[in-house]
Design a protein around this ligand. Structure first.
Ligand code: BJW
Ligand code: ZN
Length: 245
């Protein structure tokens, strides 16, 4: 794949670059995406597993699903896409990494600051009183732990449908999107709001918007450039071109 020189020119001039990632960036690490044909939602119902109502209806089922995903994530490692993003932060006066992913692979790859829009799958808190739950979780234990403070059910610290995103993170993401010169939307279907609105916000404030995705998405038409391929292949190429420019 050829990386257009226009992108390299834009990146060399950029004062602030934003990268926003979704599940696709972790696909090459063996973590399933949500909406691809073999993704998590192909067989499972998002309303049942990733919403407050779903948790209240069947907390044990939801907890078990997250325990299963934790097992997979624990055995996964960052891929060349994560590493390329971690290298990129060193190349620009300002760099912001915003992710919808909960798997912490960006941090493992060495990214120094990651703005997590949808929380993370590692931490837990009380569903009733929000107290962080810090006891170690045994992944083989499928039973739902309870809060030592109030006896409430323990849940993962992710953001479910219908829940507000962490306010400081969303605020930062919006300010960064308005401020950046280049916005890269990597491995996301751009179906879930408010994250899906960020590339459009960046574009309306004058940023050059680049999509990295093997498939077309709802933002492909708006993007200035679509680098059609897996992020683990495309991003290392962009990095290499930048280093040799
Ligand atoms: C590759 C690749 C490779 C494959 N390389 N790429 C405005 C309009 C309409 C609705 C709403 C709206 N505002 C809010 C809503 C409601 C709702 C929403 O957006 N619904 C839509 C589905 C219509 N949003 C919310 O409820 C949010 N809360 C909120 O806004 O609160 C205020 C509010 C509430 C209610 C009404 C109004 C306001 C919260 C959203 C929380 C999302 N949570 C989840 C689960 C997190 C926990 C967990 O992991 O279990 O987050 S859902 C799931 O989707 C997960 C993801 O972060 C998120 C996005 O998915 P992503 O990352 O894009 O993955 P995929 O699978 O969709 O796409 C993967 C892509 O990768 C594909 O394009 C592939 O082609 C590509 N790919 N291989 C690069 N190798
Ligand atoms: Zn509690």
């Amino acid at each position: 794949m050829e990386i257009p020189q226009e992108l390299i020119k834009r990146l060399l001039k950029a004062k602030h670059v934003v990268v926003m990632t979704g599940a696709g960036v972790s696909a090459e690490s063996g973590i399933k995406t949500f909406r691809d044909p073999d993704g998590l939602w192909a067989k499972l119902n998002p309303a049942q597993l990733a919403s407050v109502n779903g948790f209240m209806a069947n907390p044990e089922l939801v907890w078990e699903w997250y325990q299963h995903r934790r097992e997979i994530i624990n055995e996964s490692k960052p891929n060349p896409g994560h590493y390329a993003i971690a290298e990129m932060e060193k190349l620009f006066p300002k760099f912001s990494l915003i992710t919808q992913n909960v798997d912490r692979l960006h941090q493992q790859a060495g990214s120094s600051k990651v703005w997590e829009l949808h929380g993370n799958i590692i931490d837990n808190r009380c569903f009733t009183c929000s107290e962080p739950y810090t006891k170690e979780i045994d992944l083989n234990d499928k039973s739902l732990p309870s809060c030592p403070k109030c006896g409430g059910m323990i849940r993962p610290s992710v953001v479910w449908f219908g829940e507000m995103l962490p306010q400081k993170v969303l605020e930062y993401a919006e300010v960064a999107s308005k401020d950046c010169d280049v916005f890269l939307s990597v491995g996301t279907s751009a179906e879930v709001y408010p994250a899906a609105g960020l590339p459009l916000l960046a574009k309306s404030y004058g940023a050059y918007v680049v999509e990295v995705n093997p498939n077309r998405t709802s933002i492909t038409q708006t993007a200035d450039l679509h680098l059609q391929g897996p992020s683990g292949v495309v991003l290392p190429k962009v990095l290499e071109e930048l280093r040799h420019a």
